[in-house]
Design a protein around this ligand. Structure first.
Ligand code: SF4
Length: 238
């Protein structure tokens, strides 16, 4: 049985991603090699929110250990996170690093959800998108990447998580200029991707996969599936 995930289940046939031939080529190549990714790895939308906050400045395997602690302590619910003593929450989150700060941030984000939606993540799915995103960005510790992760995966809203990996690939392949920021990258992809939630969720997950394996601070292009799609002179500076 495949691991649980929160996201759009993969369709029987891989859909087209974009009319932009460069993006479509990246999509087809990565989907053929790594997909479907069945992303976001979580058992509930609440767990997506927890993971999106804990993943800041740490590797995903550390987040998994912290979430495992919360699960064993039966603390993967808004009531449990808000109700437990701060030092206990910090202990459970310790594997994710910066655990005191993250315990505070997690509580603030969960408190925001409770106040606003009473734990009903579905309400976030119905709120006008721009208002929901703006409001989420107003929560301390929630930056654009965290907000878009929550909106895209937990709430099923159409946005794109333009993390470091997607920026690296886009810049090195000449799709975006060097130094392109988060919002430029998000808008670039969103403007060109089909209005299909599976596509936005899956492309982000595929770019994470190629980023983890190849497109690191020093790119390992030799055996990367995207190597044939590089500009003639090789990867452009990021
Ligand atoms: S490692 Fe090289 S070929 Fe692979 S995505 Fe990065 S720049 Fe492209």
């Amino acid at each position: 049985m495949s691991a649980p995930f929160v996201g759009v289940p993969p369709p029987r046939r891989r859909p087209r991603a974009s009319r932009d031939a460069r993006i479509e080529a990246i999509w087809r190549t990565l989907h053929g090699r790594y997909g479907p990714r069945r992303w976001w790895p979580a058992e509930s939308p609440f767990e997506v929110i927890v993971g999106a906050i804990l993943t800041q400045n740490t590797a995903w395997r550390n987040v998994e250990r912290a979430i495992g602690n919360l699960r064993r302590a039966r603390a993967l619910s808004p009531a449990a996170v808000l109700g437990m003593r701060a030092d206990r929450l910090q202990r459970l989150l310790r594997p994710s690093g910066y655990f005191r700060l993250k315990a505070r941030r997690l509580r603030e984000a969960v408190g925001w959800f409770e106040d606003r939606f009473g734990s009903r993540i579905g309400s976030l799915a119905r709120e006008p998108f721009a208002r929901a995103r703006r409001s989420l960005l107003g929560v301390r510790g929630v930056g654009p990447e965290t907000a878009d992760s929550i909106l895209n995966y937990a709430a099923g809203r159409r946005t794109f998580v333009a993390d470091l990996y997607s920026r690296r690939v886009a810049v090195r392949h000449g799709l975006l200029p060097r130094g392109a920021d988060y919002e430029t990258t998000r808008t670039f992809f969103l403007d060109r991707l089909r209005k299909d939630l599976y596509v936005t969720q899956e492309l982000h997950a595929l770019l994470v996969a190629v980023g983890n394996r190849h497109c690191r601070a020093r790119p390992r292009c030799q055996d990367c599936p995207l190597e044939p799609l590089l500009p003639p002179g090789g990867p452009l500076p990021f």
